[in-house]
Design a protein around this ligand. Sequence first.
Ligand code: HEM
Length: 531
Amino acid sequence: MGDRKQEQREAFRADDPAAGPLTTDQGVEVDHTDDSLAAGERGPTLMEDFHFREKLTHFDHERIPERVVHARGAGAYGFFEPYESCAEFTRAAFLQDPSVRTPVFVRFSTVQGPRGSADTVRDVRGFATKFYTSEGNYDLVGNNFPVFFIQDGIKFPDFVHAVKPEPHNDIPTGASAHDTLWDFVSLQPETLHAIMWLMSDRAIPRSYRMMQGFGVHTFRFVNAVGKGTFVKFHWRPKLGVHSLVWDEAQECQGRDPDFNRRDLWDAIEAGEYPEWELGVQLVAEEDEFAFDFDLLDATKIIPEEQVPVRPVGRMVLNRNPENFFAETEQVAFHTANVVPGVDFTNDPLLQARNFSYLDTQLIRLGGPNFAQLPVNRPVAPVRTNQRDGYHQSALHSGTNYFPNSLGGGCPAHAGAGANAYTHYAERVDGAKIRRRSPSFEDHYTQPAMFWNSMADWEKRHIVAAFRFELGKVGTMAVRARTVERLAKVNGDLAAQVARGVGVPEPSGTEAADKLSSPALSLESLGGDGSV
Ligand code: HEM
């Protein structure tokens, strides 16, 4: 298959601006665009000047709302190809044939800051991939951490309100160093695992090209005979995983706030195409309860010692977008954009996301027709009875209802063939409750595992990050409560952080102050003395 997405994009190209003189939106040639039409040399501007009014009105409406999270991003096109057929686990067409390349668009992002914020802040990074498959669009909307901060999407507004700048003064932006976040963290210990990642060097990637991606949730593959297999997705960068250190990150924020997006753009322009391997952790349905955590809990990983990552294909990004707004800004990812062979689980975070993305895009992209935009448009044929609405750009004809014996434009039948999406027939029964399985309550085992897996120098970076961020919190009770939570992860970690942020060490935590190690002082980490 050629690059069907690129061929499709050609059809959307605007008229060649170099081909002739300036016109209005109506195609009328314009003789003058520098002076508005006025009543006399020193008179008022005339309403009659339609070119003047159209030009200003269009400009006045150029901005759309930025994403409520992940507002700042950088994107690129490329392709995905599987290494071998995954038919044993999934019927998804894009995972069957190594000779078939599926076009993709990927958007990397920071989460907390606004569109104009700096790239190299301490934050999670989004890693969202749209596969334009022959069976429709599949979006893998992931992050560069394998775990998330909360277990249930109903808490997402609370979490994001706590992460964002404070409501009264919109301060601070950038690093997540303020009272509200740490108040939330200290009151919601389910955040701790992701917080450990956030305080690690993973939160300041050197380059998007050197960043891992994770689907985070447990999803479900379904094969041609309807058998389900649990699956976690992993993207591994060919260049390896590399981070900045804190003083580099801070310097980049000042010298080049576009550090990561420029790096991605320049590499692709130079023909150094970044590449990732897609890997999957597969768990048989029979083994759903074989772990001491719940597969539906997005604050937990499946340790790779227990379930190794199996490589299934590679993705290469080889083309920069032509227009940032049209493509990177207007792209709309959605966890519910799945294709036959990929299905959901009952992870309550995933279920909430399946509602939230379409909902927010209806306002961000101005109504229900944003799937018609060039970057969102599938390469698979689209035949629906959906009509009208803001920004409708398709010329539909004929009837638009089902069932329909008159024909004339409306799809005559719903797909019943092998290509139709059928939801996995998972058995569900139970009382309506707001409770999860008991392992959802274990907030400390995996953060401790993360801490224990770190080398000494990585631990020093984590302690320094906690001291820097928590040291900015004005409310001492919040500092103390956070340290108490950390004591349940690791006493040594808690004691070192406590010493740096001026709160009592939780009892029973005795630790040498490893930060005094000559190998790496706080100064060399760019700390600001807040410790
Ligand atoms: C945007 C990932 C949890 C709501 C994004 C984006 C990514 C992402 C990568 C940016 C997409 C882009 O580049 O356009 C994740 C991951 C999550 C998570 C990996 C947890 C595993 C949630 C939850 C909610 C949510 C729980 C709400 C219930 C949103 C919204 C946007 C967004 C509203 C903006 C979308 C837009 O305006 O197009 N998320 N997210 N996310 N996310 Fe999430």
